[in-house]
Write a protein that binds this ligand. Structure first.
Ligand code: CA
Length: 640
């Protein structure tokens, strides 16, 4: 470790641990800008730094001195893409001041492929708190850069006026100069391809009760994208869009992940490297697979017989959990739920219960409502849950990205941990480092998830595209509770059996069984609520059921083998001495998967689940490459 302070005659250049990543600074007419280069190629063009508070204007900054310190990011985390993180890092603090001499530190954290920064505001004099009016932090890209982006939606639209909830479509490889769909910019993470020079993923992490969640603005020809705060209309217009914290204090981290290829984008852990636990837990949490009636059998399944059928499905699969979704309170009441939980536990199955977050910020009627938003109702409810053995909650339909909603997430998590309850969030914002910050946090939706495939055929048509996209984007910065793996051909209870009048109804799955099994590996979340139905025990291939019994939900290591966002992916995840290599193809050209080459790269011997003449088959590694057609996939299970 070396600690050095440099008095600047020139502005600093920060180098990542292997010196391929470089962050340089320049002073242009009193404004401070940074540039990110990798292998000598500029990936982020000179971009503004600074922010404006209600007390001080920090948008004109001079860098006075810099401290740098070499170190390592070393920690264990059991709920993300990798379990043991240990890599070199460079920490730097740029000591800056504005023209009035008011001080601001900009902290930088560099790994081999990541550059993250945040602003640290000191306490100077009597003023002990501050409101941030705007951040100038910008992200400009070289000419010809294209974006893989999803828009921030209008507020108070969609189902029961519950947006924004990070459930929008993506545009892929598109020029940057167009207006976003709603004119509010783009939600994190945002992926950019800088021509043939490399890739850049921009996101944020470390957001807690002391700030709002931010997103990127629409593109401005002069300054690029800037950090945008929530919209005033969110939370039904209530609550401020200007985050506030006490001094000294810091903003969340803005993260920039770069690579010559896509592997660093898929494998990055920067969202977790720079955050620390917000509280310690005395509990131990167990992750795993879960059955879930609502996804295919929908609201009509909130009854005794169907919930028992799904408890029995979980028991038959050896899965530790069932998620009992909306409306349980009206069907069973608390006394009835105690009985149902007792039955589930007698079968070795533990229970997650659904709640609305609301509240006064939307029109949700799915119940229970008005419990999770109110500490006076929430605390006794959680005591009750613990007393009957419930292990987790799924809380849905949050109000937006304002700081007060971040406070609600943190309050729910903190209270839940007091009662040994894990938390899943739906209708929710992107998690921003929460896997490391909150020991009982186990996943968020923040994606157009599996429910949309039940609601509309176009989402079934896009299923392979999404599976080839999210590992590069949404799921690389945080757990993603997608609720996938359908083995029904039709996504409803009848599963293709004719209904009244002989009509076959329901949306139709486009993917092969092999592709569905790949989804179980491609999407990472420590608790996986899978979309299997009780009939799959008899009507799905035995090979598929066996695989779904054994596939893990936690991983020691993740490696990108090959792929292009939205077209195809071959992704390897390891648990213990077993690699699971999942492939899916969304493009119309077949993808060649050389299993022998993958074996040579990872070691071990593969068992291959793929599509044969008669459907899903299991076989040893073929000598010739597998050919994976559109909407098809494969899984290699490689024992080391
Ligand atoms: Ca949803």
């Amino acid at each position: 470790m070396n600690l050095l302070t440099v008095l600047l005659s020139l502005l600093p250049v920060l180098s990542g641990p292997d010196a391929r990543l470089q962050v340089a600074f320049e002073d242009t007419a009193g404004q401070l800008r940074y540039t990110v280069a990798y292998d000598g190629k500029t990936l982020v063009a000179p971009s503004l730094l600074g922010l404006q508070t209600n007390e001080v204007d920090y948008t004109r900054l001079e860098c006075v001195s810099v401290d740098t310190q070499e170190g390592r990011d070393t920690y264990v985390l059991d709920r993300i893409k990798a379990s043991h993180i240990d890599h070199a890092a460079l920490c730097a603090v740029l000591h800056c001041q504005n023209p009035d001499g008011r001080k601001l530190d900009i902290e930088w954290h560099l790994t081999a492929n990541d550059a993250a920064f945040r602003y640290v505001i000191p306490r100077e004099g009597e003023t002990g708190s501050v409101r941030v009016l705007a951040e100038a932090s910008a992200f400009r890209f070289p000419e010809g850069t294209t974006g893989f982006l999803t828009p921030q939606s209008d507020a108070m639209i969609g189902w029961k006026r519950s947006k924004p909830s990070y459930e929008e479509h993506y545009t892929l490889d598109a020029p940057l100069d167009r207006r976003s769909q709603y004119g509010h910019g783009y939600t994190f993470p945002c992926l950019f391809r800088v021509g043939g020079d490399g890739w850049v993923l921009v996101s944020e992490t470390g957001v807690d009760s002391r700030y709002c969640a931010s997103h990127l603005s629409d593109y401005d020809a002069a300054e690029g994208y800037t950090i945008a705060f929530p919209m005033p209309e969110e939370n039904n217009g209530n609550g401020t869009v200007e985050p506030a914290f006490s001094l000294p204090g810091a903003t969340p981290w803005r993260t920039i992940t770069v690579g010559a290829d896509l592997a660093p984008i898929v494998e990055t852990t920067i969202a977790f490297d720079v955050v620390t636990p917000r509280y310690e837990t005395t509990r131990s949490y167990r992750y795993g697979k879960s059955s879930w009636s609502w996804i295919v059998w929908q609201d009509a399944s909130m009854n005794q017989a169907d919930q028992v059928a799904y408890i029995d499905l979980a028991a038959a699969m050896g899965w530790p959990y069932i998620l009992i979704d909306a409306g349980w309170d009206q069907e069973f009441g608390h006394a009835g739920m105690e009985e149902l939980v007792r039955y589930a536990r007698s079968k070795g199955v533990d229970v997650f219960l659904w709640y609305s977050s609301s509240g006064w910020w939307n029109d949700i009627v799915q119940s229970p409502v008005n419990v999770m938003c109110d500490p006076l109702a929430r605390k006794p409810e959680m005591r009750w849950m613990e007393s009957i053995g419930v292990k987790g909650v799924k809380v849905d339909f949050f109000g937006g990205d304002k700081q007060e909603t971040m406070r609600l997430y943190e309050a729910i998590l903190s209270d839940a941990d007091d009662h040994g309850l894990m938390c899943i969030f739906h209708g929710a914002t992107l998690p921003r480092g929460w896997e490391r910050m909150y020991p009982n946090y186990v996943g968020s939706e923040a994606v157009l998830a599996s429910e949309n495939m039940v609601f509309g055929q176009n989402h079934c048509d896009l299923e392979a595209m999404h599976a080839a996209l999210h590992p590069f984007l949404r799921n690389t910065v945080g757990c993603m509770e997608f609720g996938g793996v359908f083995l029904n051909k039709r996504l409803n209870r009848a599963n293709g059996a004719p209904g009244p009048g002989g009509r076959v109804f329901g949306t139709q799955r486009r993917t092969t069984d092999a592709a569905e099994l790949a989804v179980a590996v491609l999407y990472q979340n420590p608790i996986q609520n899978f979309a299997l139905t009780p009939n799959n025990l008899t009507d799905a291939p035995a090979v598929a059921i066996d695989f779904m019994k054994q596939v893990p939900t936690t991983w020691d290591e993740t490696r990108l083998i090959d792929g292009y966002p939205g077209r195809y992916i071959v992704l390897a995840r390891r648990q213990g001495a077993t690699w699971y290599v999942a492939a899916i193809n969304a493009g119309d050209e077949p993808v060649k998967l050389d299993v022998k080459a993958v074996e040579a790269r990872l070691g071990g011997t593969a068992r291959v689940l793929s599509t044969g003449k008669d459907g899903l088959q299991a076989a040893p590694a073929p000598k010739k490459p597998l050919s994976i057609a559109q909407n098809d996939g494969a899984v290699l299970v490689i024992n080391l």
